[in-house]
Design a protein around this ligand. Structure first.
Ligand code: 6GU
Length: 222
């Protein structure tokens, strides 16, 4: 998979792309990720990318020209263009799974007070990562990239996906490691029993119990 990210703040991605699982996935050619500075596409002599909104009020608005030129430059038949905005569809694990089947994602990070409405015509899908407001789409693009890349073949142990929270709309079961007794807090006996069938049954029960307590909304979706 190839992921192209359009942003006004390319350095925000330096740490993200150079640590941990993202770095390993890139080094192992499981994904190729390019960050493009929207400003480099500006045809303005001062590399301007935003201006006052018509009608006044809302402050600076991202202009269409640099974004349209960037998408024209990067887009192929295989591209899916994602626009990040608090007004988009709320992101979840099911959308992450859907995105893993794409060959090429172009992710546009909105910024400042907003973007020219005509930029919306470029998008195949508009996504929000939740009901709160960020200063820009950069963190949202990292959230989407991270959650999709970890699902790609060969990035992490495949079996572990099916145990993810939200797979089948269930939260994770509790896990423990050594020691079996820590400050009087004991690891449940069943986990020490070596009886795999009982362990699986216990885990499933814990998942349902936990989801019922913490996220009853997820159980309704099942
Ligand atoms: Cl995608 N962008 C911004 N600016 N804020 C957000 C968001 C996106 N998703 C949630 N809040």
């Amino acid at each position: 998979m190839k992921i192209d990210i359009l942003t006004l703040f390319p350095h925000m991605f330096d740490g993200f792309l150079n640590e941990s699982i993202m770095k390993r996935a890139i080094d192992n050619n499981k994904v190729s990720i390019n960050v493009y500075d929207i400003r480099t596409y500006s045809k303005d002599k001062h590399k301007k990318v935003d201006d006052y909104g018509y009608g006044g009020g809302q402050g600076m608005v991202l202009m269409p020209q640099p974004i349209f030129d960037a998408v024209d430059d990067l887009k192929t038949e295989d591209s899916k263009v994602i626009l990040l905005t608090p007004q988009g569809k709320t992101y979840n694990q099911s959308i992450a799974y859907d995105l893993t089947s794409e060959k090429h994602l172009i992710i546009i990070c909105g910024h400042y007070e907003g973007f020219d409405e005509r930029i919306r015509t470029l998008a195949d899908i508009e996504i929000s990562i939740g009901d709160y407001v960020l200063t820009g789409g950069e963190l949202a693009s990292m959230v989407i990239t991270d959650s999709v890349v970890r699902l790609l073949d060969g990035v992490i142990n495949k079996d572990s996906h099916i145990y993810d929270s939200f797979h089948n709309n269930l939260l994770d079961y509790p896990v423990y490691t050594k020691p079996a007794n820590f400050r009087g807090m004991l690891v449940p006996d069943v986990l020490l029993s070596g009886h795999h069938e009982n362990i699986n049954t216990w885990r499933k029960q814990e998942q349902i119990k936990r989801t019922k307590e913490r996220r009853p909304d997820l159980l309704e979706k099942r």
